[in-house]
Design a protein around this ligand. Structure first.
Ligand SMILES: [Zn+2]
Length: 606
């Protein structure tokens, strides 16, 4: 305040032509601006006739430097901020703000500093120019980000001051962050433990999350950060499990930001969907390096982070899927047939794509031309040309794209979806023409799938001729062999399920939470399944094989129930029966089998 008053004073004083009248304020100004020595110097009369440059004392140079330093710091912050935002032209904004400051500084320096008034005016001019350009940057960048990411707002300034105290406390404390998961960024470079102590909490939270998710074999992680709350869930062996207690709210946000940063996403973009890929491995852990997709999006209310952890399950071959010996022989028959249509069905999330991939792997990718048309590829397939259909892009319909794929002289085509009439018609026609078509159909069982394709293709003769068979499937979690518990099943249940009472000694089930204790009664964690009770999954299948009588029924347009009866006569087993076999074998529990048969659809995060 004193300085300001001193600056204002000369403006009025300078209107007076008499030089001597300047002396008192000059003395005062010199005392404030330049210190007691200069004040004495001004008082002695030297200041009465100032020569050019006479006022460029060391004190003023210091004042200029003091004024320029915050601006240089601002420029430094701006450069980092633009780079982090990835939304604005970095060079342009750097040159505007840097250039503006330099122009202001030149104006200030060029003004004759004969009087303190001119010096103050120069400062004012410089201030207007730098605050103007700096402010316009802040205005533009704030308009591009959501409220919590805006800077120089009262909220931001408050948070900044609050942060200053904490920063002081942290100083001198070495970073205690431990690397539990070795993380590799999209640039294939190892993500190092941050040296900045302000990053430690975010790094540790991100490490905790990745370690926990990998250790528990989660395939999906969903996190919603909304206001003061964090909601989180994992999908493990296909089943959604809440995990909201892992990260406290105050570290969840920074953890999301940290993961976005290392995946190469814009940290400040909290709404538009973004996607990046990192990979992680627990040193000494059971699985190797795992690809992790980092997906973010949001609304005004919340920010969402999803991690897709791409495990080995998608790489399965037909023999590992869980088909019975008899079913395997039937599928071998489909593979060896010179051409024809195979429908691979199941509800969403039942592993149909994995089965379609496994079917393709039965073919020799070097001898045959293998193509796919997919909407959501699970993974890259070696030596197989995968064509992606994206309904959001206007590249013609799915059927039109299938037509293009079929023109490339394929031997085997995987068609991920039986989308519409045209798709069904094209697939049936190509199969009759000698191509092998594996087509995914969303349906609850094989008869349901057959019904759907028959109604879409409408030409029953062509379907009867082209079709080789229909599979349907579910995924079951396998009981953890380290902790499953045997029990004698209720005879009533066996009777109801039409099972032989005398042949079944026991079923298995997962332990109840209170049963996870050691001999002394202390809680224990199963090293194999982390107390989830299950480890890995297996498929259960039913396979409808076309034979002459079924073909005849299709041609005659008989109802699906009639086809079901004749398939049964030729020895077909239904999904539930295969499921019960798995329970009898001890591979899974009755509860899990019933869940899998019943569950039509399971989505993560719900
Ligand atoms: Zn276990």
């Amino acid at each position: 305040m004193t300085t300001q008053a001193t600056h204002r004073q000369p403006l009025t004083a300078s209107r007076q032509p008499q030089a001597p009248s300047l002396k008192p304020w000059l003395t005062a100004a010199a005392a404030v601006l330049l210190g007691p020595t200069a004040a004495a110097w001004a008082a002695t009369g030297l200041a009465e006739v100032p020569s050019p440059g006479g006022f460029i004392g060391i004190g003023r140079v210091v004042l200029v430097l003091v004024a320029v330093t915050p601006w240089l710091l601002f420029c430094q912050w701006l450069d980092k901020d633009v780079a982090r935002l990835r939304k604005m032209n970095r060079e342009m904004w750097n040159s505007i703000v840097l250039g503006g400051g330099v122009v202001g500084l030149i104006l200030w320096i060029l003004l004759p500093w004969k009087t303190a008034g001119m010096f103050a005016a120069g400062f004012g001019l410089w201030l207007v120019v730098t605050v103007g350009v700096g402010g316009s940057y802040v205005f533009v960048r704030n308009s591009m980000v959501d409220a919590p990411s805006r800077v120089f707002t009262p909220r931001h300034i408050k948070a900044w001051f609050a942060g200053l105290g904490k920063k002081g406390k942290k100083d001198g404390v070495p970073s205690l962050a431990i690397e539990r998961v070795k993380i590799t960024g999209p640039d294939k470079k190892r993500v190092a433990v941050p040296s900045d102590p302000n990053q430690t909490a975010a790094y540790e939270a991100a490490q905790n999350l990745l370690f926990d998710a990998l250790w528990r074999r989660a395939t999906d992680v969903e996190m919603l950060v909304a206001g003061e709350n964090v909601r989180m869930a994992y999908r493990i062996d296909g089943v959604v499990m809440p995990r909201s207690d892992l990260l406290p709210r105050e570290v969840a946000g920074p953890a999301v930001d940290f993961l976005k940063g290392i995946a190469g996403l814009s940290v400040e973009e909290r709404r538009k969907p973004q996607k990046g890929t990192i990979s992680g491995v627990i040193p000494g852990g059971p699985s190797g390096e795992t690809k992790i997709e980092v997906l973010t999006s949001g609304t005004t209310q919340h920010e969402r982070l999803a991690l897709k952890i791409v495990g080995d399950e998608n790489r399965l071959r037909m023999a590992d899927l869980g088909v019975t010996k008899q079913q395997r022989e039937a599928i071998d028959g489909f593979v060896k047939a010179p051409g024809g249509l195979v429908l691979v069905s199941g509800p969403r999330g039942s592993g149909v794509t994995t089965t379609l991939y496994a079917a393709l792997r039965c073919h020799d990718a070097f001898m045959q031309n293998l193509l796919t048309l997919e909407q959501v590829p699970l993974m890259e397939l070696e030596n197989i040309t995968q064509n992606l259909y994206d309904s959001t892009k206007h590249e013609g319909s799915y059927a039109r794209q299938l037509q293009t794929v079929l023109r490339r002289e394929p031997d085997v085509v995987m068609v991920s979806d039986c989308m519409d009439r045209e798709t069904a018609h094209l697939a049936v026609t190509a199969a009759r023409g000698g191509k092998k078509i594996y087509m995914g159909v969303q349906a609850k069982d094989s008869f349901d799938a057959l019904k759907r394709v028959l109604s879409l293709a409408s030409d029953t003769d062509s379907v009867a001729e082209a079709l080789l068979g229909v599979t349907s499937q579910r995924l079951l979690r396998k009981l953890c062999v380290a902790c499953r518990i045997a029990y004698k099943p209720d005879p009533q249940v066996l009777k109801k399920a039409n099972l032989p009472l005398d042949k079944i000694e026991h079923f298995f089930r997962m332990p109840r939470p209170e049963e996870y204790v050691d001999e002394k009664g202390n809680p224990r964690v199963c090293a194999n399944c982390q107390n989830s009770g299950y480890y890995g999954r297996t498929g259960i299948f039913e396979v409808l094989v076309m034979n002459d009588s079924v073909r005849e029924q299709i041609r005659a347009g008989q109802p699906v129930n009639a086809i079901r009866a004749s398939a049964r006569k030729s020895g077909m087993l239904y999904l539930q029966e295969i499921g019960v076999q798995k329970v009898i074998e001890g591979a899974t529990s009755m509860a899990e089998m019933l869940r899998a048969i019943r569950d039509e659809e399971a989505k993560p995060g719900q």
